[in-house]
Ligand binder design. Structure first.
Ligand SMILES: [Zn+2]
Length: 135
């Protein structure tokens, strides 16, 4: 049988009980971060455009539709039930950043540094990250 490990304090490393809000040893905030702190913003989708597929990162929601920033800079609003597939190769999907601003900034950093060849403008990604963080 698998032992379920309870949470631990990220400041001092001691275990704590589920439901604790502060570490009993050092007082650090131990409330777990929600896995998707800002919802699905920052998730990268694969959009079909004619014969080609392009990547589009979700940068927000507007009037009940998801707003996607397509590589190259176009924005496109898509009903939630018509969102294209989540891209499998995108660095932000299932990767380390745990918030939407984090995912967008991670993507921007990849483009800026040349580590990825995606065709977004880092400035557009930065602006989107700021916008969602300011909500
Ligand atoms: Zn602690």
């Amino acid at each position: 049988m698998l032992a379920v490990r309870s949470g631990f304090c990220r400041a001092c490393g001691r275990d704590h009980d589920d439901g604790d809000v502060r570490c009993s040893h050092c007082g650090w905030d131990v409330v777990p971060l929600p896995a998707q702190a800002f919802g699905a913003v920052g998730v990268v989708h694969s959009v079909r455009r004619g014969l080609r597929r392009r990547l589009a990162v979700r940068v927000g929601d507007h009037e009940g539709q998801a707003v996607l920033l397509v590589e190259g800079g176009d924005r496109q609003s898509v009903p939630h039930d018509a969102l294209p597939d989540v891209a499998k190769l995108a660095p932000t999907n299932g990767y380390s950043a745990r918030s939407s601003p984090g995912r967008l900034l991670q993507l921007a950093a990849g483009v800026s540094s040349g580590a990825t060849k995606y065709k977004w403008q880092p400035a557009d990604l930065h602006a989107a990250a700021v916008a969602v963080a300011g909500d």
